[in-house]
Design a protein around this ligand. Structure first.
Ligand code: MN
Length: 250
C-alpha cells in the first residue's frame, strides 16, 4: 500500500501505473493541481484499489492559484483530497500568504461539506497547518505526509487526531526516524512520495512504500511481521474512511 505518491509524474507513468496495480493492494495518487487531477483521472483510471485525488500543492500555489475554484467544486464529488498544505520554507516564502488563503479555503470547504480525508504537506509550517484544522474542526481527517517538524508539534498533531504517512526517504534521516518512533502506531501508513521521494538518488516506486516496515520494526522494537500487520490494519481503516460516499455512508 502507498498512501501518497505522484504516479502521474513519473516519466513512464502508464507503465508505472500498470506495475503498481499488479504489485500494490492500494495506492493513493495525489495530484498537484485541479487540472492535473482532471487529466490524470482520465488517463490513469481510478479504481477501488487506486484513488486519484484533486489537490493544489503549496509549491505551485503562485502558478495555480486561479484553479482554486475548480478545486473547490471538485471537493464536492470526492472523499480524498490532496496534495494540499502549506510550505513555510524560505524558497516559497513569497507565496506563503497565497498558500494560506488557498489552504484555508480548502479546509473550510471540507468542513462545510461534512468532512474529507486530506493528504497534507506541512514543511516548515506544521503549526499553522494544525491551527487551520483547529479553526475548522469538522474538516475531516488529515494524513500528514513526510512530517519533518519537532516532537512537540508531532504531539500536538497526534492530539488533534492526525494520521501520518511515512516513507523510506523520511526514515533515511535521523530526525525522520526519531519522529516516526514517536508517532501513534495505530495512525501510521506507508507512502513513497515517488518520484520525489528518493533513496540514493533513485526515485522510489509506489511498491517501495512497504519497505518502511523493516525500519519501523527496529524503531518500535517490534517483530517485523507484527509491524506489517499493524500497517495493514491502519491502511484498511483509512481506506474504509476514504471509501465512504460523500453523504457519509459506507
Ligand atoms: Mn508529495
Amino acid at each position: 500500500m502507498d498512501f501518497h505518491c505522484h504516479l502521474d509524474l513519473y516519466p513512464n507513468a502508464r507503465q508505472v501505473y500498470a506495475e503498481t496495480l499488479k504489485k500494490n493492494e492500494f495506492t493513493w495518487l495525489v495530484t498537484t493541481s485541479p487540472k492535473a487531477y482532471e487529466a490524470t483521472s482520465r488517463i490513469l483510471l481510478p479504481s477501488e484499489r487506486l484513488v486519484v485525488s484533486p489537490g493544489l500543492h503549496p509549491e505551485v500555489a503562485d502558478r495555480k492559484a486561479e484553479e482554486l475554484d475548480i478545486l473547490l467544486s471538485q471537493l464536492q464529488t470526492v472523499m480524498a483530497v490532496g496534495e494540499v498544505g502549506l510550505d513555510g520554507s524560505a524558497k516559497y516564502k513569497e507565496s506563503y500568504a497565497l498558500q494560506h488563503r488557498i489552504f484555508t479555503a480548502v479546509v473550510s470547504n471540507c468542513a462545510a461539506l461534512g468532512g474529507r480525508i486530506l493528504s497534507v504537506h506541512s514543511r516548515a509550517a506544521a503549526n499553522e497547518v494544525l491551527n487551520c484544522f483547529e479553526m475548522h474542526s469538522d474538516f475531516g481527517l488529515a494524513v500528514l505526509h513526510w512530517f519533518t517538524d519537532s516532537p512537540s508539534i508531532l504531539r500536538r498533531a497526534a492530539s488533534l487526531g492526525c494520521w501520518f504517512s511515512v516513507g523510506p526517504a523520511m526514515l533515511s534521516s535521523v530526525n525522520g526516524r526519531n519522529l516516526a518512533s514517536l508517532m501513534p502506531r495505530d495512525r501510521v501508513v506507508p507512502e513513497s512520495d515517488g518520484p520525489f521521494g528518493k533513496i540514493a538518488g533513485l526515485a522510489l516506486m509506489p511498491w517501495d512504500a512497504a519497505n518502511i516496515a523493516i525500519a519501523l520494526s527496529a524503531l518500535w522494537k517490534l517483530p517485523s511481521d507484527e509491524v506489517i500487520n499493524m500497517l495493514r490494519i491502519n491502511g484498511e481503516t483509512l481506506i474504509s474512511l476514504m471509501s465512504k460516499n460523500i453523504n457519509g455512508e459506507v
